[in-house]
Ligand binder design. Structure first.
Ligand SMILES: [Zn+2]
Length: 574
């Protein structure tokens, strides 16, 4: 995934309810409503003398658990600036909520701002007047709570990490600018230095748009930089449980294999830059967790300090890197919406395939990934699992399509040829978004008109079953039917939202039915836990009306089902 939203939601709430900066009397960091009229003229310090272009200066203030941010736009571009923007929510994180004491000025004084329309992907501040040739934006950013999503700004005495979307308020322009990223880690523990997706060092110069600055990782602390080549480097923050050299070899190897498969570096989309950074953060307290994202010209991965770079992390890393092409250089769109089943499902398919082909994982790991991503797709999924279904159906479709193309062409052609054709078309048309019919036409050419037409019906509309042949994953993997636990609420959840709430669509034999729930029961109160997986350990509680009184029904929303599993064959065991 490019980001996980599942565990990020609590963070957004935490930030929105966030307290002011503790013990902070610095006026630049005092909470200020960005919409409030500016204070009466006060003597402003002189502006620093800076080169033309955009300078972003980050100064960690660990004593206040905050980061001071200065953004300077200097030169003719400054006078054209009309608005500032930051992502409304990115990976579930509301960046604006962590910003304190925003001050916008130029050489003449403070520039008043007011919030733009409450719509679109960015929160906007509209400038009250045109700046002169030096626009300066200063503010503080409060470190996110420890348990918040890793992509948010995290800062302590040792280190800083965060993705620009979550803390950078930048002038809105689509023009590439001369950019200086200056990280001033002086207040962090000794030995600290700075790095970002643009390179390592305390002052890195690049040509980039503000959007690219937002779509980048920023790090400071004790860093280790390993150059894989002139164009590829790994920057590591923290002390990981894995060996950095071997990890870099694994990542660059898989990345090169993806490039060979997809015909070289991406020629459209955001990640076309030839140089590439892998930014890895070994995070204390993250346990077994990991979170990765492809961010423009870099790949950021946060991984628990004690976790090895095992098969699952390797597959996750290859998944993110495959987004340079799938979902990055080309996306499929229907009725104005990105088709997640393509961007994510095909990335799932290629991640494990490349990792196995390049011997970065074993057959058993491949089977485990098939199980994780396909098992429930062939079983019935409840309606709420639509996004998981996108991943799974997309991956299933990719595998089925690959097998069908190989079979029809006698092994001459595969899904790879179709994806390359999509990438070629996107590059030729100089756009990343193609209609679903672009893939439909390719499928029709390989497998006949009927299969091409079925694409829209099956994948965009979500009808019908996608089945895989026994040999879909080659001769080392076979299909087995076994019993497995799946999440099952046991009735139509929408019935709880009606007034009056009355149970509908009860599943016969389900845990709900066994606990005494009946179709037509009048619901007085209900509690359905948020966790929707087969490991549910919190019960569903429903109070139904029963002869003038309430009767409480409790059960675990789990069922045993026949599911299809893919297993490695014994002779292929590693
Ligand atoms: Zn993804």
């Amino acid at each position: 995934m490019r980001f996980t939203s599942k565990n990020l939601f609590p963070l957004a709430l935490a930030l929105l309810g966030g307290a002011a900066l503790p013990g902070c009397s610095d006026s630049a960091s005092a909470p200020v409503d960005p919409a409030a009229p500016t204070r009466p003229a006060e003597p402003l310090p002189p502006l620093p003398s800076l080169p033309d272009g955009l300078t972003v200066r980050l100064t960690p203030r660990p004593e206040r658990s905050a980061l001071d941010v200065e953004v300077h736009l200097v030169g003719p571009e400054a006078a054209r600036a009309k608005e500032l923007g930051i992502a409304r929510t990115w990976a579930g994180i509301d960046g604006m909520a962590a910003l304190r004491g925003i001050r916008v000025r130029d050489g003449e004084g403070v520039i008043p701002t007011q919030p733009g329309p409450d719509e679109g992907p960015d929160r906007i501040l509209v400038l009250g007047r045109a700046p002169t040739s030096h626009l300066a934006i200063t503010y503080g950013v409060v470190s996110a709570p420890k348990d918040a999503a890793r992509f948010a700004l995290h800062l302590d005495r040792e280190r800083l990490s965060g993705v620009g979307h979550t803390f950078l308020l930048l002038p809105r322009t689509n023009e590439p600018l001369d950019v200086h990223v200056q990280i001033r880690p002086g207040a962090l523990a000794p030995g600290a230095s700075g790095a970002s997706s643009f390179g390592a060092g305390d002052d890195v110069e690049e040509n980039a748009t503000p959007a690219e600055l937002a779509n980048a990782v920023y790090l400071a602390g004790r860093l280790r930089t390993l150059d894989a080549s002139e164009k590829e480097r790994l920057v590591l923050l923290g002390r990981p449980a894995f060996e950095p050299e071997a990890t870099l070899a694994t990542i660059t190897h898989a990345h090169a294999a993806l490039a060979r498969l997809f015909g070289g570096a991406p020629r459209s989309g955001a990640a076309t830059s030839a140089s590439f950074s892998y930014l890895l953060v070994a995070e204390p307290g993250l346990g077994k967790g990991h979170d990765g994202a492809l961010l423009g010209r870099s790949f950021g991965l946060w991984i628990g300090e004690e976790r090895p770079f095992d098969a699952a992390v390797t597959i996750a890393a290859v998944h993110e890197l495959s987004h340079r092409w799938i979902g990055g250089a080309v996306r499929l769109v229907a009725e104005g919406h990105e088709q997640v089943w393509f961007s994510e499902g095909f990335a799932v398919h290629y991640a494990r395939k490349i990792a196995l082909a390049e011997k970065r994982i074993g057959a058993r790991d491949f089977a485990a990934d098939l199980e994780r991503t396909l098992v429930n797709a062939e079983a019935e999924l409840p309606a709420h699992a639509r996004s998981r279904k996108d991943y799974q159906r997309g991956a299933l479709y990719a595998a089925a399509l690959d097998a069908a193309v190989r079979k029809a062409s006698g092994g001459e052609r595969s899904l790879d040829d179709l994806v390359r054709a999509l990438l070629d078309r996107a590059a030729a048309e100089k756009k990343t978004d193609l209609p679903v019919s672009a893939l439909g036409e390719l499928v029709a050419r390989e497998l006949g008109a009927a299969r091409g037409e079925e694409l829209d019906w099956v994948m965009v509309r979500g009808h019908g079953e996608i089945t895989l042949d026994e040999g879909a994953f080659g001769s080392c993997f076979h299909r087995a039917r076994t019993k497995s636990k799946v999440y099952e609420l046991g009735f139509d959840e929408a019935s709880l939202r009606r007034t009056p709430a009355m149970i509908r669509g009860l599943v016969a034999g389900s845990a709900a039915a066994r606990a005494g729930l009946e179709d037509g029961a009048l619901v007085l109160a209900s509690k359905v836990p948020a966790g929707r997986d087969e490991d549910a350990d919190e019960p569903v509680e429903i109070v139904v009306a029963d002869r003038g009184r309430g009767r409480k029904i409790r059960y675990l929303p789990v069922a045993e089902r026949q599911v299809v599993r893919w297993a490695e064959k014994t002779r292929c065991r590693d």
